[in-house]
Ligand binder design. Structure first.
Ligand code: NAD
Length: 428
């Protein structure tokens, strides 16, 4: 079914919440589902705002704003990361929570979607201030969290160490051991092998699946990556280990380009020491804009939303865009990529490796039985291949692009659960 005129107007949209609502509406229409499905899923089930006072090292009190959105529980407890970034907004958090619902549905996991965020630049805080903020956030939200309610995880600006503090704070509030309340924890506190690299590993598995189907020899391919944090860094490391040339990398402070391939292990060491790829003694400096225009086989946006707009997309020359970040392509950028025949692995499929291993971590916490690294890696590969195959066959069957196909898979799954719960009439 054609997109309604109001959705077409959305193509210049930059608000991620409106963008994901339009993608949802399109999927509901194509599947011929009752409009109620859109009505229910286009808003978060719950949205909480908290104020978090932090005593700065200079003695002053600063109050930070935090959010948590729980989108839907129809497939299971809500699940999603916590972002610490100065650009966090209520609408961004709501959008990211919706994306999580669609991602877990595409991945075939028994979770709904959630997301949290705090408006803060964590690089401006000392370690002590950061810990106070992390603990304050969890205290403010503890009553809405739990292994059967809502299970946070790391996202931009948060990491394993912060998850350790947050789990500890939650357990102090509820006065019991409850490691399944969040994932991405340190191994010693019930974390899982392979969680830190899971999103990157999933991205690489997806690129591999796409390359196979497009007849591209991945080992001879060149790759450019925007963002060199958890996701971008691990993606680069794993591709490099496979013998793939990562020729360009950009982060918030700078970028490097070497057509012969960057020394990724050296770059990772440098970035861990200096907090950025800037200053690494190899390659030519490059900006994000330039990176997207490179003549490479695969481009991996692994930073933030709205990086590939129509203008950027016009100049892109790659065959595959692997959306490691959430929402990196704007609707008008997406239309241009489609026109140019660039194969897009959509975010809700491409970066679902992280939540998949988070699911494994949660299962291990609930059963108190822990798996080895090999088992995690094999299970992740199986899940990702299955998810990719589900989306790819929908893409073929419906003669549609991979993004719309992924939404069709996800929304159908959610609608089936809603019908089984009696929230909407039975669906065909
Ligand atoms: P991170 O904070 O570890 O890294 C973010 C990287 O992006 C950093 O290298 C930063 O310098 C860079 N960056 C930020 N703004 C930039 C800009 N304007 N231009 C160029 N580079 C910029 O975050 P992460 O966990 O790697 O997350 C990256 C993306 O992946 C986000 O969209 C996130 O939501 C998504 N994601 C993360 C996970 C996960 O498990 N961490 C899972 C799924 C999706």
């Amino acid at each position: 079914m054609a997109v309604q005129p109001e959705d077409q107007a959305v193509t210049k949209e930059r608000n991620p919440y409106r963008i994901v609502q339009a993608l949802l509406k399109e999927a509901v229409q194509t599947l011929g589902l009752p409009y109620d499905v859109y009505e229910i899923l286009s808003y978060p089930h719950r949205f909480v705002e908290v104020n978090i006072p932090v005593r700065r090292d200079n003695g002053q009190l600063q109050v930070f704003t935090g959010y948590r959105a729980q989108h839907t529980h129809v497939l299971g407890p809500a699940k999603g990361g916590i972002r610490f970034h100065p650009g966090v907004t209520a609408d961004e958090v709501k959008a990211l929570a919706m994306w999580m619902s669609f991602k877990t549905a595409v991945a075939g996991l028994p979770f709904g979607g959630a997301k949290g965020g705090v408006v803060v630049d964590p690089r401006q805080l000392s370690l002590r201030e950061l810990e106070e903020l992390a603990r304050g956030y969890i205290r403010g939200l503890a009553e809405y969290l739990g292994p059967h309610i809502d299970i946070p995880a790391p996202d931009v600006g948060t990491n394993e160490r912060i998850m350790g503090w947050m789990m500890d704070e939650y357990e102090r509030v509820v006065r019991r051991n409850d490691p399944g309340v969040l994932t991405g924890k340190p191994l010693i506190l019930g974390g899982s092998y392979g969680r830190a690299e899971a999103t990157g590993r999933g991205v690489v598995l997806c690129i591999n699946e796409a390359a196979e189907r497009l007849g591209m020899k991945l080992r001879q391919a060149t790759v450019a990556i925007q963002g060199f944090g958890n996701v971008g860094g691990h993606t680069a490391r794993l591709l490099h280990a496979m013998g793939v040339k990562v020729v360009a990398v950009v982060d918030i402070e700078g970028g490097l380009y070497d057509p012969e391939g960057l020394d990724i292990p050296g770059l990772l060491e440098h970035a861990a020491r200096r907090g950025s790829v800037a200053g690494f003694p190899q390659g030519d400096p490059i900006t994000s804009k330039e990176l997207f225009q490179l003549d490479v086989d695969v481009v991996v946006p692994a930073a933030l939303e709205n990086q590939i707009d129509a203008e950027v997309a016009q100049g892109m020359r790659c065959r595959i865009v692997a959306e490691a970040a959430n929402g990196p392509t704007t609707p008008d950028g997406d239309a241009v990529l489609k026109e140019k025949g660039i194969f897009v692995i959509p975010d809700i499929l491409c970066n679902s490796g992280g939540v998949t291993v988070s699911y494994f971590e949660w299962v291990q916490n609930l059963t108190q039985y822990y798996w080895g690294e090999e088992e995690i890696s094999q299970r992740l590969a199986r899940q990702m291949k299955n998810a990719f195959a589900r989306v790819f066959s929908m893409h073929r069957e419906m003669q549609t692009d991979m993004r719309h196909a992924a939404y069709l898979v996800a929304v159908r799954q959610l609608a089936q659960a809603m019908a089984a719960r009696g929230m909407i009439p039975p669906i065909g």
